[in-house]
Design a protein. Sequence first.
Length: 80
Amino acid sequence: MVSSRTATAAVGVLASLAVSVAAWVLFDVAVFFLAVPLVPLLFRRQTEEPPVYECPDCGFRTRDPEFAYCPRDGSQLEEQ
Ligand SMILES: [Zn+2]
């Protein structure tokens, strides 16, 4: 009776240990696979600022690439 309960407890401990290890390994792998694609995105976001376009005539500046010409005087914007 006692040995049976001890054996059951031991199996339970081993099973929970195995689940913990498996979950840790799976979680670690999941974090690894989730984090790796994000690293270049974060790196790119920090290093690559959107270029500034500036009007050579009036100094109008914008980061919007939709602006090819100055809305004030129609001059072509220059990428800084
Ligand atoms: Zn201008």
